[in-house]
Write a protein that binds this ligand. Structure first.
Ligand SMILES: Nc1ncnc2c1ncn2[C@@H]1O[C@H](COP(=O)(O)OP(=O)(O)OP(=O)(O)O)[C@@H](O)[C@H]1O
Length: 234
């Protein structure tokens, strides 16, 4: 078996007196989709933020591509961040309202000291199913589904190995969910991306994930593998 892309051991996250994540452990192989499933408040988002090191955990280890992230400084994390990218639930909230779409997509590349060409940005927009002319627009001029596609393009710009998808389709109209999920499935297969897929909807999880970790009150209660139907989007 290949080396895990992500290995989480005994993760603890506290918010004041609340222990949101209580010694959670799991690992994820390259190209694998691991879902974290469970009811509201069970600790899914706290786990996601701690894996991303956007919220430093109160205990445990997060190993990504063989490197322990919890002991790294912000400065040491910076060059690794493009390889470990979030996509959040609120497609508008993830983008700056005044920034043009083309600048939002180019930003991760600029942060890496690169100068993205208009052609690179156009190719990223096209890859997520948006006409490159959308680059001139601002987030409010896009639908929720289009905005989420921009969020995915932005995450792809850094050439990630792992996407942490925190309820990526929950805020979208049911009619556009399948399109975004199909896009994510295609990208995963095309680029061998690992996905940590946070989702409260068991039907979506069943169709989309290779493996599911169930959380209750901050703890892992079970782990299961969905049996995908032939019609499942893959
Ligand atoms: N910033 C915070 N400050 C205080 N408590 C928090 C904070 N974030 C989360 N919590 C608490 O931690 C626990 C886990 O929350 P978390 O958001 O991680 O769960 P979740 O499974 O993602 O829930 P949801 O699906 O509703 O987002 C909950 O009891 C929540 O109230």
């Amino acid at each position: 078996m290949s080396e895990p892309l992500l290995e989480v051991r005994d993760l603890v996250v506290r918010h004041g007196a609340t222990t949101a994540v209580d010694h959670v452990s799991f690992s994820l192989a390259p190209g694998e989709t691991l879902a974290l499933n469970g009811p509201s408040g069970c600790g899914k988002s706290s786990t996601a933020l701690a894996v991303l090191q956007l919220r430093r955990p109160d205990g445990g280890q997060v190993r990504f591509e063989g490197r322990e992230l919890t002991t790294l400084t912000e400065r040491e994390l910076r060059p690794l961040r493009p390889r470990l990218q979030p996509v959040f639930q609120d497609p508008y909230g993830s983008l700056s309202p005044r920034q043009r779409i083309r600048d939002a997509v180019a930003e991760p590349l600029r942060l890496r000291g690169r100068r993205p060409t208009p052609g690179q940005v156009a190719a990223l927009l096209e890859r997520v199913g948006l006409d490159p002319s959308y680059g001139d627009r601002r987030p409010r001029e896009l639908s929720g589904g289009q905005c989420q596609r921009v969020g995915i393009a932005r995450a792809l710009a850094g050439e990630p190995r792992l996407l942490v998808l925190d309820e990526p389709v929950s805020a979208l109209d049911p009619s556009v969910r399948a399109g975004v999920l199909n896009l994510l499935a295609d990208l995963r297969d095309e680029r061998g991306l690992g996905y940590l897929f946070i989702c409260h909807d068991r039907d979506v999880v069943r169709h989309f994930a290779d493996r599911v970790v169930e959380l209750r009150e901050g703890r892992v209660t079970s782990e299961w593998r969905p049996r995908r139907s032939a019609a499942a989007p893959r």
